[in-house]
Design a protein around this ligand. Structure first.
Ligand code: SF4
Length: 372
């Protein structure tokens, strides 16, 4: 079969466990390389790391504690400026009620994020963590993205390492990967000029990893980024992972333009093929990340299932109570049984995991009964 120049070399390097160069990363993202062969190579790599025909998922919820934010990212449909009639901030008790409702539905993880609300003191976040740990000891508080931690540091006048220590002492052990978008100065200047540079995001995760936290990393693509920007993003993450080993998973997802400032510039959704290419290339380039997540929630159920043969080994979560994508007109959520059925339909045994990828329950796959 005829393939583009360089493809065979990349294939050979991956199979020999050699690291891909930035130029090879850019090539993977170009249309000249065969889409299905790229998927097959990522699938090979995934089975090399996780030989069992299993796909993990978590029962989780993604509530938000406030939509008040003064950062004004151009891709965001969720935030409201302070004083806006639709602005809200939940009390600690109201957030805990949401966490309790998720616990009652079987959730083991709550991914809690919000806007950059400068009216909230550090004690608010501390109390949220302490009370979550006290009332719902089986729940992992996967709270607060790196830019929120930086906002806490600015508002409290304490350095980031101290804030992270305070949150650790209150019960936090993992950080979500939100707020990374694309770790390129050029892109951030264009889509989120007030959110800090790539180094700011990376530094929060670096310090957190050193303190013992584990975290995830995301990529939001499909707006103004070039293939070179995506490779820069991967490179920064791969380097930090070499340094700390603290990332558990990489989660790419596509920008949803609905109701955002970027929609007015004519941006449209990236589509399934672009998503699958980026996902597969991520599996190959990020050779030191254990898990790559299929984002069925943001890309749709069918694309999520296809992603399981394009390098992903994890299906994300049930995503109860999500508001950020919903603000952009994109709604999805599923019960655990439904997520398990999607995984099974794609030909895998569904495995419920916790935030740190520990197995909690193996669901029936072909010819198997549920066991703990
Ligand atoms: S993405 Fe986050 S920081 Fe940016 S405007 Fe939205 S809520 Fe604020």
């Amino acid at each position: 079969m005829r393939t583009a120049n360089g493809w065979n070399r990349i294939e050979k390097k991956v199979m020999e466990g050699k690291r891909l160069s930035p130029a090879e990363g850019v090539s993977l993202l170009s249309e000249k390389y065969p889409f299905l062969e790229l998927g097959a190579l990522a699938d090979w790599k995934r089975f090399r790391l996780f030989p069992e025909r299993q796909v993990t998922f978590v029962i989780d919820a993604n509530p938000n504690y406030t939509n008040v934010c003064d950062t004004g990212c151009h891709f965001c449909a969720f935030f409201r400026r302070p004083g806006h009639p639709e602005a809200y901030t939940l009390t600690v008790e109201q957030v805990l009620e949401k966490i309790g409702a998720s616990a009652a539905r079987g959730a083991t993880t709550v991914l809690l994020q919000g806007g950059h609300n400068r009216g909230l003191p550090l004690e608010y976040y501390e109390e949220l963590l302490r009370e979550t740990a006290r009332r719902y000891p089986g729940m992992t508080p996967h709270f607060f993205s790196a830019p929120e931690i930086r906002t806490m540091a600015e508002v409290s006048g304490r350095p980031v390492p101290e804030v992270l220590k305070i949150l650790w002492n209150a019960g936090q052990r993992t950080l979500p990967g939100g707020g990374a978008e694309v770790l390129s100065r050029r892109v951030r200047r264009e889509i989120s000029p007030k959110k800090g540079g790539p180094e700011d995001w990376l530094e929060v995760h670096r310090v957190a990893h050193r303190l013992g936290y584990r975290s995830t990393a995301t990529l939001m693509f499909g707006h103004v980024e070039t293939p070179g920007d995506v490779v820069e993003h991967w490179d920064r993450l791969r380097n930090l992972q070499d340094e700390t080993g603290g990332f558990t998973a990489f989660i790419p997802w596509s920008f949803k333009p609905g109701n955002t400032a970027l929609e007015k510039k004519g941006l449209r959704p990236a589509g399934a093929v672009r998503y699958l290419r980026i996902l597969a290339a991520s599996r190959l380039y990020l050779d030191n990340f254990p898990h790559v997540q299929a984002s069925w929630f943001s890309e749709g159920r069918k694309t999520g299932q296809a992603a399981l043969r394009f390098g992903a080994d994890d299906f994300g979560g049930t995503v109860f109570d999500e508001n950020v994508h919903a603000a952009a007109g994109h709604r999805a959520a599923a019960a655990a049984e439904e997520v398990a059925a999607l995984i099974r339909e794609a030909g895998f045994v569904p495995v419920q995991r916790d935030t740190l990828y520990k197995t909690l329950k193996i669901f029936p796959g072909p010819g198997r009964r549920a066991r703990r």
